[in-house]
Ligand binder design. Structure first.
Ligand code: E4P
Length: 217
């Protein structure tokens, strides 16, 4: 399973990238706002650090303007994946970008029907938002499973990029279902290392070691 980092925080991405945990990065307008940085500058910095795809999102809502913005974003670096929303205009722009060999991440996917359209429009990635479905009391992981089944039925090559990941359990469920990628905030990736029995076991080992009076020199 590939890990993308859902963040525009350069320091947080670097920490995980140095450990080999980063296969790509996803950003969106809200994450750019949170970073307080200029979109072109921060995206370039991330692209220079990470070798995998870095998603940068258009903000136009009409296909022609989306295409103009997307081509501008694609000029930032070779590893840009142009991110477009799952609207009819977004699919139109997706098809245009894919035909020119650009990677496209189709975002804000909330149904299997939308995911089929994205695959047919040539998307490299489809981003179903699990957490936001959970927020309205629907099971986001059911959507990932449905898309997995449908894509496998027809051999669609679009990668399932599970997004809006809020917990370690989301990551595990997506891995069990066979999502190709999860994009998660740095805090979720770091939380995957924690287990209360690890902490308890380590405390015990350290206490016993102190009682031996020894040192490793
Ligand atoms: C995906 O590409 C989005 O940037 C992101 O996963 C959205 O997550 P949120 O629902 O926690 O904002």
């Amino acid at each position: 399973m590939k890990f993308f980092i859902d963040s525009a925080d350069v320091a947080a991405i670097r920490e995980l990238n140095d450990l080999g945990m980063v296969d790509g990065v996803t950003t969106n307008p809200s994450l750019i706002l949170k970073s307080g940085r200029d979109i072109v500058e921060v995206t370039k910095e991330i692209c220079d650090m990470v070798s995998g795809p870095v998603s940068a999102e258009v903000v136009a809502t009409e296909a022609k303007e989306m295409i103009r913005e997307g081509l501008k974003l694609a000029r930032i670096a070779k590893n840009i994946a142009i991110k477009v929303p799952l609207t009819w205009d977004g699919l139109t722009a997706c098809k245009a970008f894919a035909s020119e060999g650009h990677k496209v991440n189709v975002t804000l996917c909330f149904s299997a029907a939308q995911a089929i359209l994205a695959a047919k429009a040539g998307a490299s990635f489809i981003s179903p938002f699990i957490g936001r479905l959970d927020d309205i009391h629907l099971d986001g992981t059911d959507l990932i499973a449905d898309i997995r089944t449908i894509y496998d039925n027809y051999g669609y090559r679009t990668e399932i990029l599970a997004a809006s990941i809020r917990s370690v359990n989301h990551v595990i469920e997506c891995a069990k279902i066979g999502a190709d990628v999860v994009t998660a905030p740095p805090a979720v990736i770091k939380a995957m290392a924690s287990h209360p029995l690890t902490d308890r076991g380590l405390d015990q080992f350290l206490a016993d070691w102190a009682r031996t009076g020894q040192k490793i020199v």
